[in-house]
Design a protein around this ligand. Structure first.
Ligand SMILES: Nc1nc2c(ncn2[C@@H]2O[C@H](COP(=O)(O)OP(=O)(O)OP(=O)(O)O)[C@@H](O)[C@H]2O)c(=O)[nH]1
Length: 177
């Protein structure tokens, strides 16, 4: 929910993932078309995104494809995404089956949760999972950078070694007696 004059709501929260305390910034962007120019700018710095539809609205479910293509266009490449079917407490008004949500999530390779902001169903679980995915992606990126750096270092050492004249540079090092 947003105050009438703004289209982005911001909150900070600390959650614990694998025993590590993680401080997360939560940006809740308005869904209305008229705010899109502004809200799209917030995708650029996102590390994790929830794509949310309302289980009591088939129309909101149909809109997910458009959100996915916007995210693909404006968010960073490695951004982590989770599909959410919210208002799970509104069972009597349900228009979107749980399997439809699961199916769509599978198509896009995302995790899926049905949640309720009213009963708190899966709220903590989905935030913890998204944070976990972001941390995992971050670790992988760091490992990749480390491997690349050590490969480049090894290559540089090899090139330096090859550039040297024949014979050991430090004879004492090759002497085992
Ligand atoms: N029953 C039920 N109502 C909910 C739930 N979550 C939100 N609502 C209600 O749905 C309405 C819209 O909620 P918002 O938080 O404004 O939804 P939003 O997605 O931010 O809407 P936009 O501003 O259009 O992006 C409000 O009346 C909320 O009280 C839920 O889990 N269950």
């Amino acid at each position: 929910m947003f105050p009438s004059e703004t289209c982005v709501d911001f909150k900070m929260k600390t959650i614990e993932v694998d025993g590590i305390k993680v401080r997360i910034q939560i940006w809740d962007t308005a869904g209305q078309e008229r705010y899109q120019t502004i809200t799209k700018q917030y995708y650029r710095r996102a590390q994790g995104i929830f794509l949310v539809y309302d289980i009591s609205s088939e129309r909101s479910y149909q809109h997910i494809m458009k959100w996915v293509s916007d995210v693909d266009e404006y968010a960073p490449e490695g951004v982590q995404k989770i599909l959410i079917g919210n208002k799970a407490d509104e069972e009597q008004k349900r228009q979107v089956g749980r399997e439809q949500g699961q199916q769509l999530a599978k198509e896009y390779g995302m995790d899926f949760y049905e949640t309720s902001a009213c009963t708190n169903l899966n709220i903590k679980e989905s935030f913890t999972r998204l944070t976990e995915l972001v941390l995992q992606a971050h670790r992988k990126e760091l490992e990749g950078l480390r491997t690349r750096a050590s490969n480049e270092l090894a290559l540089a050492e090899l090139e330096e070694e090859e550039g040297k004249p024949e014979g050991p540079a430090n004879p004492s090092k090759t002497c085992w007696c």
